[in-house]
Every structure is written in C-alpha cells, then in structure tokens.
Write a protein that binds this ligand. Structure first.
Ligand code: NAP
Length: 519
C-alpha cells in the first residue's frame, strides 16, 4: 500500500529552540521536519536534535545560494558540512542535482550510499521561472540517482506553472518518490494538490512569518482551509481564476461548504496572468490534465469577459444572465465541455429576496437607482431589469453610465443628481466607502426615501457608512458580504447540484475581513 503524502514543516530559525519547534510541529500535525541548516544560525542545535531521540523524521537541507538558499560559504565547505551532518544519520538528506555532478558532492553521496540512512533527496530549483516541460528535468534527476527521491521546484508565474509541476508527479512510475512544487503565491495549487497526485511530501510553514520558501502555506491554512487531511486521489478540483486572487475569500467559503456537505473536493486560488491568451492557455492546460478533475471555476477580474469569449469560441452554452452582462463569473464542467453562468445576477436577486422574505419579482415596477457603471453595476442592472424594475444609472463618468443604461434600456442621470432622488431601491456599485476610506459614502445621510431598500456591494467593511446611515433612517439594508455569499451559494448549487450551506459559508468569512477583497 502506498504511503500518503507527508506534511513536512520546514524550519529555518533556532529561536525558539529547535527541539521546541519540532514538538510544536508534531502537535500541529506535521509528519516530517526539514531543517534548513543554511538558515538556522545555531548549528549546535541542529546537531543536538539529530543526536536526540526523534519525534519526527528529519530532513537536512543546506541550500546553496544558486538554488535560492542562504549558504554563503564555499561549495567545498558546504559539502564538508553536509557530509558531517549525514554522519549523524538524518532520515533524509537534500543534495542538489547540480552538486551531484560535482566531485566534492560525490563524497557526501558516498557517505549516504554506505548506509540506508539518510535517504537522498536529489533536488533541482529554478528560482526565476518554470521550463515549458519540467518533466524533462525530473527524468534527468531520476536517471542520475534512481534510488533517490527527486525534488523538482520552479518559480510559478501563474497557475499554469503549478499545473506543469503536477504533471511531473504523473510522469511514468508512481509519484511516491517524487516532490514537484511551484514556489510563489501562484504555485499554491501544486503544494495542496501534491496529496491528490501522491507526491512524497509537501512543505508548510509553522507560522505566517516563518516561511522558508516563497508561497509556503502555513500548516494551519493547509489543514483547516485547504482540507489537506481530506484530499484523496479522486478529489475534485474547483478554484477561482483571476489576477490577482491571492487574498480571495472564495477558497474560505467554498472549502468550508464542501467540508460541511461531505463533498470530496478542494477549492484553490488560481491566479492567471491578465491577458485573454493566458486565460485560454490555462484552460487548455487544465483540460489536458484529466487527472486534475477540474469541475468548476469562479472567474473574476480581468477574466470574466475572456471566459465569455472562450465559451462562445467553442460554442459552449452561456446563460442569458451572463450574455446580458457580457461577463461569465462561473464555469461549470459538463459532459460536453463547459457552460457559463453569471451568479452575480442571481446572487444579487437572491439577497434582495431573502431581505424582504418574498420573491424578488415583488419589486416589479419599483424604481431603482444604481450608483456606478462598472462590472458589478452591470450584473445588478441586469438583475433589476430582469425582475421588471425601472432603473436609473448614476455614474461619475457620464458616458460610461449612459453606455450601461443604453445596453439595458434604462435611464441615466448625472452623478450630481443622485441625492434625494426618491427611489425605492438604491444600490451602490461604486467603490466609495471601501476600506480604508470607511467614512465615505456615495450618498448624504438622510437622502433616502422612507421604506427605501439600500444595498451596498462594498464588502470591506461589512457595514459601510452608507448602510449605517440608511439603517439610521429606518431603511432595510443588504451588504456586500451577503451578496458575495449569495452568489457563492449559487455557484455551489450549480457545481454540486444541492443547496448551499449558506450559514457555514457566512461563518467562514473572518469577522473582520477588512484586509481581504472578496474574490
Ligand atoms: P469597476 O468596474 O472598477 O467600477 C467602479 C465604479 O466605481 C465605476 O462606476 C466608477 O466610476 C465608480 N467609482 C470609483 N471611485 C469613485 C468615486 N470616488 N466617486 C464616484 N464613483 C466612483 O469595479 P467593480 O468590479 O464594478 O466593483 C465595484 C464595487 O463592487 C467595489 O467596491 C467592489 O469592492 C465591489 N464588489 C463586490 C462584490 C460582491 O460580491 N459583493 C464583488 C465584486 C466587487 P467611473 O466610471 O467614473 O470611474
């Protein structure tokens, strides 16, 4: 039976004492500890933990500068130290593939070969980018040291490089003796999916500020947010494609919802460079990797229009809402390929309907003001028009407002006319009031009609000044977080064919989400 992928914690400090850090790592769920001797200042502590009884298997790494490490001595000194550490019989010893070809490195390798311990990890790092096909590098590594574990690492430019590294794990023999990771925020998928693809290990850091390589998630993030312990070889994959998406709240809410519903799946941030060509190339790569089992994607700025065009070019179906908005925010895998939706429209209407505890159609012929004319405004206008509202668009840049109004056959008024305009519904789709300008509002206090419903798409902070002012006037309000949850809930239902656990999704958002954009 093959062992499952180890969760390795990488340690690069000697304070608090290494022995304490190892105990804490074991407590947090780590199954292996890497000692980054090039980063750890107190070598005596390294020797001490190698001599002591071991709580967890230990991997010794003395990374040279050329491969992203902090070792500043000569190569000869490095190999001498590595050989001395190998004599203390760590469970694993990292040796760079490039060093393996050099004469001094062979001395260290000789020390390894005399005994079964340490087992050698032959590593290769590209700290600048990723080769088009890193499988070729991994094959050379395996040929040079057939008995060793191979570790192939690149720097990810976007999520495509993370997928390329996963391919290394599927090339030829079972992945058990392989590590393939993409560094940087864009490489996160390779670190999380290492378990699905059967890698030897993945690395995590004990705390947010103790990473020993760019993009390492914390052990807590990996286990609590990315469902590390639950990932299986047949887990389905979901994610959010956009640029940037590193601070997206979508992984928090979708992973929490899948866990609650008992769905074998994981949802990941998938940053893809902004051009349409990058989106197309990402989809091509993801589709070609059938083992990935990519079932659904959230799509955000700047790829919503790219996704629509991509679907149109392939004659895949696109919902009326998405067509009307000119934007797709949800891709659903089907037997025939993909289909596109825009859950910003339905999510907004669901939020409205929940607020009044009646179908959104109850607002037919109500008068609505939409402040703003950007992407979110298009979805809100589409929703309001769909239920028969009489909509007026107010936008700072008049031409942009007129263009949006023209597309949906609604009114357009100057931005200066937005105060006390007497509408039944007001929706702020501008970024006014967003953190850090939390004392700003697009409307003056007391400029609302009695019984008015006031919605703010801004979710950071959750209760904006606009909403606080409206509540003070006795208006019912709908905030950006509720709209975000509602659209995410629609996505969940489309992907998993069941109602979304909305309360669980809501609870997954940190109470103070002021540091994070919603997606
Ligand atoms: P966008 O396409 O860039 O549009 C921004 C809009 O805000 C434009 O209409 C712009 O007017 C207006 N605006 C910006 N600064 C302004 C100011 N100082 N005074 C007046 N108008 C101003 O952005 P978007 O994607 O539509 O996002 C709009 C808001 O929705 C953001 O606050 C975002 O946080 C929020 N959002 C919410 C969700 C959710 O699920 N709740 C999801 C995504 C975004 P001009 O045309 O004159 O520039």
């Amino acid at each position: 039976m093959s062992e499952s992928t180890r969760l390795a914690v990488s340690l690069g400090r000697s304070e608090p004492p290494l022995a304490e850090q190892i105990a804490a790592a074991a407590h947090a769920g780590a199954q292996l500890v890497e000692l980054r001797v090039d980063l750890i200042e107190d070598l005596a502590q390294v020797e001490e933990v190698l001599r002591a009884a071991r709580r967890l298997p230990l991997l010794v790494t003395l990374r040279c500068a050329a491969e992203g490490g902090a070792w500043r001595g000569t190569e000869r000194e490095r190999i001498t130290l590595l050989t001395a550490l190998a004599d203390l019989e760590p469970d694993f010893l990292d040796l760079e593939f490039k060093s393996l070809r050099d004469a001094p490195a062979l001395a260290a390798l000789g020390a390894v070969r005399r005994r079964n311990r340490p087992r050698l990890i032959v590593s290769w790092h590209d700290t600048i980018g990723c080769p088009p096909d890193p499988r070729e590098i991994a094959r050379l590594q395996r040929a040079a040291a057939p008995a060793a574990i191979t570790k192939t690492v690149c720097a990810a430019r976007d999520a495509r490089d993370a997928l390329r590294m996963l391919r290394v794990l599927r090339d030829g023999a079972p992945a058990g003796g392989r590590i393939a990771l993409a560094m940087g925020a864009a490489g996160l998928a390779s670190r999380v999916l290492a378990r699905k693809f059967g890698a030897f290990l993945t690395f995590a850091s004990p705390m947010p500020d103790t990473q020993t390589a760019p993009g390492q998630p914390t052990i807590d993030e990996l286990r609590r947010v990315y469902r590390w312990d639950e990932i299986t070889p047949i887990s389905s994959v979901f994610g959010v494609v956009g640029w940037p998406v590193e601070h997206s709240l979508s992984p928090l809410v979708h992973n929490a919802a899948m866990r609650d519903a008992g769905i074998d799946g994981v949802y990941l941030p998938l940053p893809v460079l902004p051009e349409k060509a990058s989106f197309d190339a990402f989809m091509k790569l993801a589709e070609s990797e059938s083992a990935l089992d990519l079932r659904g994607l959230s799509v955000t700025i700047p790829h919503k229009m790219h996704a629509l065009t991509w679907l149109d070019e392939r004659r895949f179906p696109v919902s009326d809402d998405a067509q009307r908005c000119g934007a797709v925010n949800t891709l659903i895998r089907t037997k025939q390929g993909w289909r596109g939706e825009n859950t910003d429209v339905s999510g907004f209407l669901t939020g409205l309907s929940t607020l009044v505890d009646a179908p959104a159609e109850a607002f037919r012929e109500s008068s609505a003001a939409v402040l703003g004319a950007g992407g979110v405004a298009a979805a809100v206008v589409a929703g309001l028009r769909k239920i028969g509202c009489d909509v007026t668009v107010y936008n700072r840049t008049r031409e942009r407002g007129a263009a949006l109004a023209g597309r949906f056959g609604c009114g357009c008024a100057p931005w200066a006319d937005r105060q006390n305009a007497g509408h039944d519904i007001v929706v702020n789709c501008t970024s006014v009031g967003m953190w850090p300008a939390v004392d700003a509002s697009p409307l003056d206090p007391f400029s609302f009609k009695a019984e008015c419903i006031v919605c703010d798409t801004v979710y950071r902070p959750a209760r904006t000044k606009l909403l606080r002012d409206a509540e003070a006037c006795g208006c019912r309000t709908l905030g950006g977080v509720e709209m975000f949850i509602a659209q995410a809930g629609e996505q969940f239902s489309l992907w998993h064919a069941r109602p979304a656990p909305l309360a669980v999704m809501r609870a997954a958002i940190p109470p103070d989400n002021s540091d994070a954009p919603a997606r």
